[in-house]
Design a protein around this ligand. Structure first.
Ligand code: WQD
Length: 337
């Protein structure tokens, strides 16, 4: 049996692929290389000693997906990462996001629902918007999405839930990530932002490395202890492990409902200023930053209640914030431009 990883050369996907290979699970990776690099395969091989089967395929291309499932008739599970993920780009190019993120999901579902191949879907805490209650539980009412990117995650979840109802033997788990950061301890794979990083940690490490002049802290007068926004930063290796354990749970048919939703976070809320301090103590490096205006669309505070995944699946985050930030720095130092 093989596990199909769509977007398997991306940031999260490459870490999950690495862990699956290390668990001696056969993997087929597809990726259209629009937002990733073929060299990631070398990183995976140098860590695991193995190369996954790879096909350069666009998940939204029907004929390519038909060929894939004709070629590999022993795909026993799918982890779906392939999607664009820039909040700001989705605002300026919504159709690009709806076509790719939802078009791709639908092409994948057409292949797997009638074959009853179980699915792990990469969703996001962005579906909650600014949650009324903190920490955030899965039964928190979802708010209107604050970006087309967020809409593609919300609508994607709904499409999958509807398929689970229509096809009784099709099962799925929706994983709502909080803020993934860091890299594999080997520094051979990590987050490789295309262009100017939108996210905090890659922008911070590029600033420390001297690629960016200064890190702007977006907002310092929020209603939080130090005025900066609070998030739940989770080590990408903890997040990857959550996929391994969720897949095992699904393949062993331990799921109670056809479609189950889980938050994947540490449960710890950390402010931007606290993260900067943590980075400096973890690495001994100074972060040049300045307080700046709030970023439109930001939620003030978002961090998970991860008790449901811990109770049902047995997973919990293990890395500390310092370990996550240290690994992010080691990766930044090793990036070959
Ligand atoms: C974190 C905090 C910023 C940059 C988004 C998506 C989420 C997921 C992760 C894809 C915020 C502040 C940032 C900077 C800053 N997307 N910040 N200076 O917005 O919580 O989540 O990215 O997987 O779905 O919603 O992450 O890293 O952009 O921002 O002060 O230069 O850092 O204001 O408070 P975010 P982020």
């Amino acid at each position: 049996m093989k596990i199909l990883i769509t977007g398997g050369l991306g940031y999260i996907g490459s870490h999950v692929t690495t862990l699956l290979l290390q668990n001696n699970i056969d993997v087929v990776v597809i990726d259209n290389l629009e937002n990733s690099r073929i060299q990631v395969l070398d990183g995976i091989k140098s860590i695991t000693g193995k190369l996954p089967l790879f096909r350069k395929i666009d998940v939204s291309n029907e004929s390519e997906m038909n060929q894939l499932f004709d070629e590999f008739t022993d795909i026993g599970g799918v982890i779906h990462f392939a999607a664009f993920k820039s909040v700001s780009e989705s605002v300026s190019e919504p159709l690009k996001y709806y076509n790719n993120n939802l078009g791709g999901l639908q092409q994948l579902l057409k292949q797997i629902v009638t074959r009853s191949i179980p699915l792990i879907f990469s969703s996001s805490c962005t579906v909650y918007g600014q949650s009324e209650t903190l920490p955030i539980r899965e039964d928190e009412p979802l708010k209107p999405a604050t970006s087309p990117y967020g809409s593609t995650k919300k609508i994607g979840e709904q499409i999958i839930e509807d398929c689970c109802k229509a096809y009784p033997d099709f099962k799925a788990i929706l994983l709502r990530y909080f803020n993934p950061i860091g890299a594999h301890s080997s520094a051979k794979i990590g987050e490789y932002p295309v262009g100017v990083p939108q996210n905090l940690v890659p922008y911070l490490t590029q600033t420390v490395r001297g690629i960016r002049p200064v890190l702007k802290v977006f907002g310092s007068s929020y209603d939080t202890p130090d005025g900066s926004c609070i998030r739940d930063y989770i080590h990408v290796m903890d997040l990857a492990q959550a996929h391994i354990e969720s897949l095992d749970y699904l393949l062993k048919k331990k799921n109670v409902e056809a479609c189950e939703v889980y938050n994947v976070g540490t449960g710890n809320g950390v402010s931007v200023l606290e993260l900067i301090e943590s980075f400096e103590s973890a690495t001994g490096k100074k972060v040049p930053f300045e307080l700046s205006d709030p970023r439109p669309g930001d939620t003030v505070s978002a961090y998970a209640d991860p008790s449901k995944i811990e109770t049902n699946i047995g997973w919990k985050a293990r890395y500390s914030l310092e370990e996550s930030l240290y690994s992010a720095w080691k990766w930044e130092e090793n990036i070959k431009n």
